[in-house]
Design a protein around this ligand. Structure first.
Ligand code: F6P
Length: 363
């Protein structure tokens, strides 16, 4: 059966380049294949809440969105079709499976396939929907770059550029004031942003989740630089960085009461500050890394991914996720993308290069 109408959904946290994918997938579907396109609003919420919320996508609607950060469709990392949170009278929350409602609505709306743009959580949902018979195509998105099979996810390059620029700026104030600057970057359990931004900005210490650190090692590096007359240091801390004798740093979000990653840079700064003869400052970059206009790389990657996803739909190739392999856009089975995360290799070339340049990796 040929596809006449598709839906596009953006799930999980936003990231730069989502609109490039939406634009390219919509334009390819309409211009090349005569397929009608709608967007589902706010992740899957637009299909599982009492009122259906769809955004018609045509050439006019996707014009001018290429450089725009975020997603015109809205997104959420809650409201999964298999676990929709419903607040009870006593304030507690129960999670309802609304996947059957969603399937019914897809049928009623004449939607033949869904292009799902998201990270590992969204791809896991895509896999489950696929097992229920939904025709899905995945597009990998995340600033964390932690999805395997694809060499890069879009959003990662922009996040690294933002982190790099922040590190450059902190560098000039660090040397002016003789300070040790601890800078926390995002990435969840993968150290890709810390590794790339740290290397690009010439950091002195880079702490990754993949290489558990010792406080002594960080202290020794800062002291060694001071002994050489360099009276400042830049320490990049991945939010998932973990001490050799400790756990990942989690905190309860003050506003939502949910647990989330946080506190890694303050923890190491607290442990180091009494042992060095430099003033210490901590900067947590946070969501700045996810905001704003996509880099050239992410615009091109998003555009290529969006085009390839629409092409897969038109070819009837469902259950696939588009990937970047070297310089080529290819595709893989969605299941392969969620089998294991993509992490920095502690013995890989990047870490070796950093060590050779004298960067302390914390071990
Ligand atoms: O997965 C992307 C990411 O930005 C992570 O790097 C970070 O830990 C998390 O999302 C933050 O999530 P939230 O936007 O819910 O605070």
């Amino acid at each position: 059966m040929s596809v006449k109408r598709i839906a596009i959904v953006t799930g999980g946290g936003d990231c730069p380049g989502l609109n490039a994918v939406i634009r390219a997938a919509t334009t390819t579907a309409i211009r090349e294949h005569g397929i009608d396109v709608v967007g589902i609003e706010d992740g899957f919420l637009g299909l599982v809440e009492p009122r259906v919320r769809l955004m018609p996508l045509d050439l006019e609607r996707v014009r001018d969105i290429l450089p725009k950060g975020g997603t015109i469709l809205g997104t959420t990392n809650r409201g999964k079709p298999f676990g929709y949170p419903v607040k009870q009278a006593d304030g507690s929350v129960i999670y309802e499976d609304r996947s059957k409602l969603m399937l019914q609505r897809l049928e009623d709306l004449g939607i033949d396939a869904i292009v799902m743009i998201g990270g590992d959580g969204t791809m896991a949902i895509a896999q489950r929907l696929r097992e229920m018979g939904v025709q899905v195509v995945g597009v990998p998105k995340t600033i964390d770059n932690d999805l395997s099979v694809t060499d890069y996810t879009f959003g990662f390059d922009t996040a690294c550029n933002i982190a790099m620029e922040a590190l450059d700026r902190l560098h000039t104030t660090a040397y002016s004031h003789d300070r040790a600057m601890f800078v926390e970057v995002m990435g969840r359990h993968a150290g890709w942003i810390a590794m790339h931004a740290g290397l690009a900005a010439g950091a002195d210490v880079i702490l990754l989740p993949e290489i558990p650190y010792r406080v002594d090692s960080v202290v020794a590096k800062i002291r060694e630089r001071q002994a050489r007359g360099v009276t400042f240091s830049i320490i990049v801390v991945a939010e998932g960085a973990v001490p050799q004798d400790g756990e990942i740093s989690m905190m309860q979000d003050k506003y939502t009461s949910r647990q989330r990653l946080g506190g890694a840079a303050h923890r190491i700064a607290d442990a180091v500050c009494d042992q060095i003869d430099l003033e210490v400052r901590v900067t947590v970059l946070g969501h700045i890394q996810r905001g704003g206009t996509p880099s050239h790389f992410d615009r091109v990657l998003g555009t290529r991914f969006g085009h390839a996803a629409a092409q897969l739909v038109a070819d009837g190739e469902f259950g696939r996720m588009v990937t970047l392999s070297g310089l080529e856009v290819r595709d893989c089975d969605i299941q392969d993308a969620i089998n294991k995360p993509n992490l920095v290799d502690p013995n890989g070339q990047m870490v070796q290069a950093a060590r050779a340049l004298g960067v302390c990796m914390g071990d």
